[in-house]
Design a protein around this ligand. Structure first.
Ligand SMILES: Cc1cc2nc3c(=O)[nH]c(=O)nc-3n(C[C@H](O)[C@H](O)[C@H](O)COP(=O)(O)O)c2cc1C
Length: 167
């Protein structure tokens, strides 16, 4: 498949956006043509030969924006290779639920699009960037705070994408 790769993300506090940008930089370093954009800002998938979708997990859920994006661009997403990643603290704090469960929910959010690969990366919980409610929930859920993003793991996954997406 030829054409540009679209990396479409949704992000409340910016950590998923930064992961999307890191994946984009890695693919560019491999000579691929890449666009990184927020799902809300994407009006057409014309010209894209593959897509990578990213969403954070809040309260054990993939953001609703993912299913909305898939519904809007379903026809195109059904004919190009798609990979997806979730971001959250489950990889470093299993009290919030299992990574397997998140990946199942990610696949469900993408349906009827069948991703060639899905993964979950550890994210960042930064009290300063949260809304009042999120800060309260973080306290109530006794969530771990900090930046747990593993940039080596993120870059490794990105480097595997050309094979997975036939780029
Ligand atoms: C209120 C709240 C609830 C969260 N719930 C979950 C959760 O259920 N599972 C999980 O893995 N991570 C959870 N997280 C962690 C976020 O997914 C993580 O902070 C992520 O990096 C945020 O992405 P963003 O910066 O792109 O918005 C939660 C974070 C907050 C603030």
């Amino acid at each position: 498949m030829t054409g540009r790769v679209l990396i479409a993300y949704t992000s409340r506090s910016g950590s998923t956006a930064e992961i999307a940008q890191a994946i984009g930089r890695e693919l560019e370093a491999l000579g691929k043509s890449v666009a990184v954009a927020g799902m809300k800002d994407i009006t057409s998938l014309e010209g894209y030969g593959a897509a990578v979708l990213g969403s954070p997990v809040y309260m054990a859920r993939i953001e609703k924006e993912v299913a909305a994006f898939v519904a809007r661009h379903r026809d195109r997403l059904l004919v190009i290779p798609v990979a997806a990643f979730a971001v959250g603290i489950a990889p470093v704090d299993p009290r919030v639920g299992s990574v397997g469960d998140v990946l199942e929910k990610l696949r469900a959010a993408l349906y009827p699009v069948k991703p060639a690969a899905v993964t979950m990366f550890a994210g960042r919980l930064d009290l300063v960037r949260m809304s009042f409610t999120e800060r309260m929930m973080t306290g109530l859920m006794k969530l771990l705070t900090g930046d747990f993003r593993d940039w080596d793991a993120i870059r490794d996954w990105a480097r595997g994408l050309p094979a997975v997406l036939s780029l």
